[in-house]
Ligand binder design. Structure first.
Ligand code: HMG
Ligand code: MG
Length: 298
């Protein structure tokens, strides 16, 4: 049963810009968030509260969060890997926080400098504090299909991580194909493994498009009833700890597909394309979205 309505979280300002070689000023990031909200995005992943030595591109988290002219009804989410990050984040009043773990041990070490088990120990007090403060908690699960260091990842390992996330009170988990190696059946198996611990309303897909499979993977999981996805305007992005990985599937491409299927997202595609053009112009490149480029030149 394909859902009639889909919720998209635009992760462009965070996942999209965390890996840019040239620094993107806070003012431009704020301009991007404003354009996304004008385009009808109700969920925007704005920034992360991580070590500025590890990810200098997100060092302006406070400036960006406090510079947004917030609109009612929009969920502004931020990444927090530990209590130090949470304590800084909470001052900027996020509506949702995201802890981020990995189904692969090696990626956990490279990305957050600790084992999977240690990461869960670090997340637990963050989740507890956020929930006590009434802040919704999502968990990102990296490398659910493949890992840049370990290769293929078995669904059992995804189920294991999902169970650990559930055990510490994470309310929703995102099944991430960090390096975009997944194909539809494999991604469905990772999603099925997650559904052993979470209901269909508490899971989402987060598919990077490195091998051009992300739209197919989106459709494959839509057919399972999944109705929440992380996407990135203009296909921005990549992960600093996953060499060669490209951005998430472009929000424009997903919106184009869903509109064509008669599925409602509440997003205005023309305004979304303008948002993508704004940031792409700044970065002096074409949007990494087939639909956007087709519609721009039309
Ligand atoms: P660590 O070095 O093990 O941390 O890093 P530590 O606790 O030993 O502290 C070391 C230093 O970092 C100290 O500073 C701390 O204060 C500072 P010093 O005394 O040396 O000056 N520190 C912090 N500073 C700011 N904010 C914090 C923080 N924590 C410690 N929260 C840590 C561990 C997790 C901090 C580090 O590994 C890190 O920041 N990693 C960043 C990872 C990251 O941002 N990756 C990209 C996002 S995840 C992603 O993109 C995947 C996703 O999209 C899904 C998918 O596609 O797979 C979500
Ligand atoms: Mg990602």
């Amino acid at each position: 049963s394909i859902p009639s309505r889909v919720k998209l979280v635009d992760v462009g300002p965070r996942d999209g810009l965390q890996n840019e070689k040239s620094p993107v000023p806070a003012e431009i990031k704020i301009g991007l968030v404003h354009r996304l909200q004008d385009a009808g995005l109700k969920n925007i992943e704005v920034t992360s509260y991580v070590s500025p030595k590890w990810v200098p591109q997100m060092a302006d988290n406070h400036e960006v969060m406090s510079g947004i002219a917030r609109q009612a009804g929009i969920v502004y989410s931020v990444l927090t890997p530990n209590l130090k990050g949470y304590e800084a984040a909470v001052l900027d009043k996020p509506d949702e926080i995201v802890v981020f773990g990995s189904a692969s041990e090696a990626f956990s070490q490279k990305n957050i400098n600790c084992s999977i088990a240690e990461s869960i120990e670090r997340f637990a007090p963050v989740v507890e504090a956020a929930r006590a403060a009434g802040i919704h908690v999502r968990g990102a699960m990296s490398c659910t299909v493949g890992c840049p260091y370990e290769g293929e990842i078995a669904p059992e390992r995804v189920a294991y991580l999902a169970g650990l996330m559930k055990g510490i009170g994470v309310q929703h988990v995102g099944v991430a194909d960090t390096i975009g190696v997944g194909t539809p059946r494999k991604v469905q198996r990772a999603m099925e493994a997650t559904l052993q611990h979470y209901g269909i309303d508490d899971v989402s897909g987060h598919f990077h498009d490195t091998y051009g499979q992300a739209l197919a993977n989106t459709l494959a999981t839509l057919e399972m009833g999944v109705w929440q996805y992380d996407t990135s305007v203009a296909g921005l992005g990549g992960c600093p700890y996953a060499k060669g990985a490209t951005g998430n599937v472009a929000t424009e491409d997903v919106v184009y597909m869903l509109q064509g299927m008669g599925i409602d997202t509440g997003i205005d595609l023309d305004k979304l394309i303008d948002a993508g053009a704004y940031i792409s112009d700044f970065l002096v490149r074409k949007p990494n979205s087939r639909a956007a480029n087709a519609l721009i030149t039309k």
